[in-house]
Design a protein around this ligand. Structure first.
Ligand SMILES: *Cc1c(COP(=O)(O)O)cnc(C)c1O
Length: 473
């Protein structure tokens, strides 16, 4: 047959938008669906089919109204689902930046619900009956926990660093050790932030060793600040030496210069009590006399995305007055979630029990192994000989650019399905609703139970049942 003539014939056969719209609107399932969604789905299906006809990729029987309508229905279903949605994190990485970092504690969520769905005293002083400050709600609790004189919060830690540098040292030199010029994922690099804040970066020392005299010698009349950056996402080991915060504070005092620390993943709890490596806490930094300390709300702290600033009152007043503060300000939902989270820190035991991030990091291997057994039991109920489970002792990471050297012993469940590769299983689970994200080690797809919640077990079982049913065809 003449292919050109066939194309024309097929194009003529293709129904118009109006005709498909009429059919789909008669279906009760779509009676409430906005017309714009229906039209968009139909248009996209027709356009795709038209393109395939022009590429001579279609056969005559594909241009069937029934088939086109099924494609339209699938499109509509996809369009009606939110894009940002729940997934199951079976990677074992607790603070996973790509998967939403920290899970909020129930207590924090309750605060958000109350404050977001009703009016609040966000910027109203109930004592005095006049305008108040939005930061006042968390300042006291932050000072109480950290021991700082003063505190405030902005959108995230990157913003906190930018704001503090701009306030304290714009146009001046900021001295940083070469070993601390870090890049954090998502292209946050200390030298770039420094440039944006109008400060001049003055690197001292070498990658592996920096000494007090390196700072001393770099100080001159245009020096504005000494900055310490917590190298939270990597570690330099071997022949190393860095200048401790107390030493830096001493140098700062001697030259009348403020000292700032970007702690990155700040925390209030000494993890060494739970058998983990000791990370510097916010209290350590304040105790050392650091003038300004910044850290994230949603890394190891386990709260909402926020950049927390604690430190000296005098400097904080200047930070508050900086017009950038308005551009970087946090909203009431974040404030509510942060207050709810911070209140849990008044009792470290409650914090570790109720803040999901802390709970998952401190869960013992034995606790996680029990979870793996429970899930394995549920999956074995399916009694499908094509499914093989492989209990594995593995290691998880805290993530969030924190504790880079720490391997947390964890329990994993390796999943094999006859006729499927590890990549195939990974893809099928990733395309499930909700998506299940695991990892592949030595050609085995593994679910790391550290970050899987109990109420997700049945969703994983359903997903595997579906995959087995589909692969059986
Ligand atoms: C993560 C991190 C930041 C950025 O914090 P965000 O809250 O992600 O903006 C800045 N500095 C250090 C050292 C970090 O680890």
């Amino acid at each position: 047959m003449n292919p050109i003539g066939n194309k024309e014939k097929q194009l003529r056969k293709l129904p118009g938008v109006d005709r498909l719209l009429e059919s789909i609107r008669e279906e009760p399932a779509y009676s409430e669906t906005p017309k714009s969604v229906l039209v968009e789905a139909i248009r996209s299906v027709i356009e795709k089919t038209r393109a395939r006809i022009l590429q001579a990729e279609t056969s005559d029987n594909e241009i069937d109204t029934g088939l086109l309508l099924s494609a339209v229905r699938r499109k509509i279903t996809g369009a009606m689902k939110p894009n940002l949605k729940k997934i199951i994190n079976a990677t074992g990485v607790v603070v996973h930046t790509n998967l939403g970092r920290s899970l909020l504690a129930e207590e924090a969520m309750e605060r958000v619900r109350e404050v977001a769905t009703g009016y609040s005293n966000l910027e109203f002083d109930l004592e005095k009956g006049r305008r108040g400050l939005r930061y006042s709600h968390i300042e006291n609790i932050l000072c109480e926990i950290s021991g700082a004189e003063s505190a405030m919060v902005v959108n995230n830690n990157a913003a906190a660093v930018l704001l503090c540098l701009e306030t304290m040292a714009s146009g001046k030199e900021v001295i940083v050790s070469r070993g601390e010029l870090v890049e954090i994922g998502g292209s946050f690099r200390i030298p770039d932030v420094m440039a944006k804040s109008g400060c001049i970066l003055k690197e001292v020392g070498t990658t592996n060793r920096t000494h007090p005299k390196d700072y001393e010698e770099a100080i001159h009349e245009n020096t504005g600040l000494l900055l310490k950056v917590h190298t939270s996402n990597f570690a330099i080991t071997g022949f190393t030496s860095d200048v401790s915060l107390p030493e830096m504070v001493k140098i700062g005092r001697r030259h009348n210069l403020p000292v700032m620390e970007d702690l990155g993943s700040g925390m209030f709890i000494d993890f060494s009590r739970y058998g983990l490596t000791r990370e510097p806490t916010v209290q350590d930094s304040i105790h050392a006399g650091t003038d300004i300390v910044t850290f994230s709300g949603d890394k190891l702290l386990g709260g909402p995305q926020a950049g927390i600033i604690v430190g000296k009152k005098e400097i904080m007043e200047n930070i508050r007055k900086n017009p950038l503060t308005r551009a970087l300000r946090i909203d009431k939902m974040t404030l509510a979630a942060l207050e709810g989270t911070l209140r849990l820190y008044r009792d470290p035991k409650t914090a570790v029990r109720n803040i999901p991030t802390l709970r998952m990091i401190t869960d013992s291997y034995e606790q996680i192994r029990q979870k793996a057994d429970q899930l394995a039991g549920m999956l074995e109920e399916q009694k499908d000989s094509r499914l093989t489970l492989d209990r594995k002792k593995i290691f998880s990471k805290t993530g969030g650019g924190a504790l880079p050297l720490l391997d947390l012993p964890s329990a994993g469940l390796g999943i094999r399905i006859q006729g499927m590769t590890a990549d195939g299983i990974e893809k099928a689970l990733r395309k499930n609703d909700p998506a299940i994200i695991g990892r592949i080690e030595d050609d085995l797809f593994i679910l790391d139970l550290r970050t899987v919640q109990h109420d997700e077990f049945s969703m994983i079982a359903d997903a595997l049942r579906l995959i087995l049913a589909q692969s059986g065809k």
